[in-house]
Design a protein around this ligand. Structure first.
Ligand code: 8X3
Length: 259
């Protein structure tokens, strides 16, 4: 114990956030830090999570960056072995690669989307479940998508992967009932972040911008983080199974009002 810390000083609960380098993940890390969690920020990009962690520490919060690729099982196991506790796991890392039809989609894109959106969640959840149970009141959050619930043209590979994440959440909830861990799924629709659409279109900024063209107010990363923060901060016996959020201008995956 470091000098000056009283032996009975309260120990902050720990929240692990994947994909915390930008967008919804970074916003969620900020939100949970503000709620008093010691936030462990994970992502592949070391400098980015270090910058967010530094920002949080300057604001007086507890934050630790840990470089991690959720698709690398050995790395996930090593990460979990180095954690002293885990109360909340936010499975946020994910993404879409391409908007090609089933007829033309690249199997490698489909594989990569399954890897990060499904197996990434599986790896993290399996590795941290013992610590979540040991916490006595653990929470697993799966940040899926409205793509987890209905399809759209060109979305096939991403929609299939997000349906996988949805099924993982639903199945896990059945399997661990009776143990002190909630499983919360948050399914956002159109969220304008700096990277989601840019990644989907391989860096094509013009194509990425078109996704949000004329849409009055797409959701922001902070809107989603706020929703996650709300769901996680319900009393432990309250399980928000599935929460779908969209901007008012988006009535469904395929019906968007553009001005
Ligand atoms: C993002 C929503 O509509 O691009 O998960 O699939 S969408």
């Amino acid at each position: 114990m470091s000098a000056g810390v009283a032996p009975d000083a309260p120990v902050a609960p720990v929240a692990v956030v994947t994909g915390a380098s930008s967008g919804i993940g970074a916003a969620t890390a900020r939100r949970l830090a503000a709620e008093g969690y010691r936030v462990v920020l994970t992502a592949r990009r070391a400098e980015r999570i270090a910058a967010v962690a530094d920002e949080l520490k300057r604001a007086g919060h507890e934050a630790e960056p840990r470089t991690l690729d959720v698709t690398d099982r050995d790395a996930v196991n090593a990460f979990a072995a180095g954690l002293d506790r885990c109360d909340v796991l936010i499975n946020n890392a994910g993404g879409a690669f391409g908007l090609d039809s089933v007829a033309a989609g690249d199997p490698e894109d489909w594989r990569a989307m399954y890897d990060v959106n499904v197996l990434g969640v599986l790896h993290m959840t399996q590795a941290l479940l013992p610590a979540l149970v040991a916490s006595g009141a653990g929470t697993v959050v799966v940040v899926s998508s409205t793509a987890a619930l209905a399809t759209y043209e060109g979305g096939g590979g991403y929609v299939a992967a997000k349906h996988g994440a949805h099924v993982l959440a639903e199945t896990l909830r059945l399997e661990i009932v009776g143990r002190p861990v909630r499983v919360i799924e948050i399914a956002p629709g159109m969220v304008r972040t700096e990277e989601f659409s840019l990644t989907r279109f391989g860096g094509d900024a013009e194509r990425a911008a078109k996704v949000y063209e004329g849409v009055a107010q797409p959701l922001t990363a902070e809107d989603v983080a706020d929703t996650i923060g709300w769901a996680v901060s319900r009393p432990p016996h309250v399980n928000v199974d599935l929460l779908v959020l969209r901007p008012r201008a988006q009535a469904s995956n395929t019906k968007v009002h553009r001005e």
